[in-house]
Write a protein that binds this ligand. Structure first.
Ligand code: KIV
Ligand code: ZN
Length: 511
């Protein structure tokens, strides 16, 4: 029988450590729910001791997401482990993931501990975690740069102490497929008891080999791959979930493994994570990039038209990309809209459906053809909406290449209506200054990006802004066929979050 490879998703933990990303609890829960639909085996929901936001996110996900195993990260000390256990208390299938560094360079300069001290701390940590939960994962951080002899002793001790999963991280993305495969084989041969536990790998992408290293590891005996959606993660990121899964899937003739992932949810998951994190996907990104299934050259187009498999090794449908792009228009009714939503996999409560339908009708007045991409953008915007304490009543801008841009905005902050005006370096700058004045918020715009959701002059524009306030980053998003309106909505959305967020920001302890 073919071996099943477990997919451990760390988008919400390692992925959330991507510079500039900060998701709040509601957004993390939304991602976790989507990961459940994707059918990952494990969701690493966060690092509970790192911040209140992380703790609350792990707790909320543990309370609400019942399918996959929910893991919480903890360093090898009692305080971290007790905190992770508390956050995971309500989980149907909790796992505590504890780690300590094992490489000479980390032990000497970071931990200032000897091998024996590290070994002792690891055993104590696993035992402590085991006193709370049955499922305990132990990671030897920087395993790929560790002494193999010591690594074998460390893993053997962790297994004896009760670890159910042994993880081998390539923390700095240093290893190569052949070298990593050799390490996995050595561990399989030399660590007593390893045959009774799950053997996991966690590869970083500093040299662009995270996916290749993970795949070679499973070919050599590993049974779990740790990865993140869109390859998010520290520095160059982690192994990309969608690449690992589609490699296993498309080349099952070669690998001979199975997996549990519902690949049709890949595109949706990638899109959601990109929208919420504000990290755009490069067009040529494997599997989920805009060009991943586009054939530009005449020779390729000719081949694909004659027989898809000439240049297509997997179908767009297999990752959930719909080919039915032209769907609804001005005359489509509520029933057709609800039906299309259902076909796209959205299940909305009645009031959400009503609001989404209203927005669809507004859009249909401005735009001739509504595509699946427009519908997805509307629904995501709708579902992920924050309670709006600041409501934009109206804005007006005046600009030109011979005049100073001016903007007037009127907002309702809870019940108070405020109107302000400002000049600026262009209409968007003027509107943003007027908004800051009206809301009495001082913050810094650190990123602004705009993309069109679909094609054509009347396409929906999606603006994403990142603002910084008191050392925390907040993301705002706006959607409109008018790009200035989309920009103003995005900034209002971000200001809302700075005022009322329960987000976790980046106030983390440094490991
Ligand atoms: O990269 C790493 O070593 C980690 C561990 C905590 C598993 O993220
Ligand atoms: Zn990592």
């Amino acid at each position: 029988m073919s071996r099943r490879i477990e997919i451990f998703d760390t988008t919400l933990r390692d992925g959330e450590q991507t510079p500039g990303i900060s998701l709040n609890v509601k957004e993390k829960l939304e991602v976790a729910r989507q990961l459940e639909k994707l059918s990952v085996d494990v969701i690493e929901a966060g690092f509970p001791i790192a911040s209140k936001g992380d703790f609350n996110a792990v707790k909320t996900i543990a309370e609400n997401v019942r399918g996959p195993v929910i893991a919480g990260l903890a360093r090898a000390n009692f305080k971290d482990i007790d905190c992770a256990a508390e956050a995971l208390k309500a989980a149907a299938r909790p796992r505590i993931h504890t780690f300590i560094a094992s490489s000479p360079i980390h032990m000497k300069y970071k931990l200032k501990m000897t091998e024996e001290e590290v070994l002792e701390a690891a055993v104590a940590a696993v035992k402590r975690a085991k006193s709370y939960v049955e499922d305990v994962e132990f990671s030897a951080e920087d395993a790929s740069r560790s002494d193999v002899e010591f690594l074998c002793r460390l893993y053997e001790a962790a297994i004896k102490a009760g670890a159910t999963v042994i993880n081998v991280p390539d923390t700095v993305g240093y290893t190569t497929p052949r070298e990593f495969g050799k390490l996995i084989r050595a561990l399989m041969e030399r660590v007593p008891g390893i045959e009774n536990v799950k053997l996991s790998v966690h590869c970083h992408n500093d040299l662009g080999m995270a996916v290749a290293n993970s795949l070679e590891a499973v070919a050599c005996g590993a049974t779990q791959i740790e990865c993140a959606v869109n390859g998010l993660g520290e520095r160059a990121g982690n192994a990309a979930l969608e690449e690992v899964v589609m490699a296993l899937d498309t080349r099952k003739d070669f690998f001979g493994f199975t997996h549990n992932i519902n690949t049709k949810q890949i595109y949706r998951t990638s899109k959601l994570v990109s929208t919420l994190t504000g990290v755009a996907i490069q067009p040529n990104k494997a599997i989920v990039g805009a060009n991943a299934f586009a054939h530009e050259s005449g020779i390729h187009q000719h081949g694909v038209l004659a027989e898809k498999s000439t240049y297509e090794i997997m179908t767009p449908e297999s990752v959930g990309l719909t080919t039915n792009r032209l769907v609804l228009g001005k005359h489509s009714g509520r029933h057709a809209f609800a039906q299309r939503l259902k076909e796209l996999g959205y299940e909305l409560a009645q009031d959400e459906l009503n609001k989404a339908f209203e927005r669809f009708k507004d859009l249909a007045d401005k735009k001739k053809e509504i595509t699946d991409m427009d519908i997805e953008a509307i629904v995501e915007d709708q579902v992920l909406k924050w309670p709006e304490h600041i409501e934009l009543e109206y804005f007006q801008v005046s600009t030109g290449n011979q005049s100073i841009a001016t903007a007037t905005v009127k907002v309702k902050i809870d019940e108070e209506v405020v109107e302000e005006a400002s000049t600026g370096d262009g209409p968007i700058d003027a509107a943003y200054k007027a908004l800051e004045r009206a809301c009495n918020i001082n913050c810094k715009l650190v990123d602004y990006s705009i993309r069109s959701v679909s094609s054509g002059k009347d396409a929906l524009g999606e603006v994403t802004v990142k603002v910084e306030k008191d050392g925390r980053t907040f993301l705002g998003r706006g959607l409109s066929t008018d790009i200035i309106e989309a920009s103003v909505i995005a900034y209002t959305n971000a200001l809302n979050k700075t005022m009322f967020s329960n987000g976790n920001g980046k106030a983390r302890e440094v490991i």
